[in-house]
Write a protein that binds this ligand. Structure first.
Ligand code: SF4
Ligand code: SF4
Length: 192
């Protein structure tokens, strides 16, 4: 009985030492392996041309036809207009009623891009921003028609507001958003 107990005691010590050595071996191995992560946001991530981030919306081209909302598999696009809208062929912008609301609920959006496919005026795009952390559920619903009144195509995330003063690439990206430039254009997408 005492022999068995003694083997169990020393066996436990053996197993503990063995697991420590295995852990140390793995740790040391990764200390000398090539780095595969970056210190984001101090270093910039490069995205694939077809990366699907937070949408960019050209409100002046939206005719509020609801085709994007109908295509959305999770029903997270909300649109309201005061009267029918249509594209003025001379200016290429929408005329008619007001676009009262164009909102996307990012608590539900799964970034599938199905909303961008049927748009007849090509005014809803998948952008490059990926981080839309917020303090409330309400803040996760982006009111794009309201952003348009401030000249924005997409929201400026909290992390960007906070890091722009100290990180140059973040400042440049924030300036791009403030200029209302969209990130994804046909020129960004290479031919297959
Ligand atoms: S990306 Fe997909 S889930 Fe998100 S709004 Fe568009 S269709 Fe809906
Ligand atoms: S499909 Fe395009 S034009 Fe129609 S409501 Fe959606 S964004 Fe606007």
């Amino acid at each position: 009985m005492s022999t068995l107990a003694s083997e169990g005691y020393f066996g436990g010590i053996y197993q503990m030492m063995k697991s420590i050595l295995i852990g140390m071996r793995i740790t040391i191995k990764y200390c000398f392996s090539p780095v595969v992560t970056i210190r984001y946001p101090f270093e910039r991530i490069s995205f694939a041309p077809r990366y699907r981030g937070i949408h960019e919306f050209e409100a002046e081209k939206c005719i509020a036809c609801d085709m994007c909302a109908k295509a959305c598999p999770v029903d997270c696009i909300y649109i309201d207009k005061s009267a029918p809208r249509k594209i003025d062929k001379k200016t290429g912008t929408a005329t008619g009623g007001d676009l009262l609301r164009y909102a996307i609920d990012y608590q539900k959006c799964m970034f599938c891009a199905l909303c961008t496919e049927p748009c007849p005026t090509d005014c809803i795009h998948m952008g490059k921003n990926h981080d839309l952390s917020a303090y409330t559920r309400e803040d996760m619903i982006v009111e794009f028609a309201e952003l348009d009144k401030k000249g924005l195509r997409t929201p400026i995330p909290l992390w960007m507001e906070r890091n722009a003063p100290t990180i140059p690439w973040v400042a440049r990206e924030k300036e791009r958003l403030e200029r209302g430039e969209i990130a994804t254009t046909e020129a960004d997408i290479p031919e297959l």
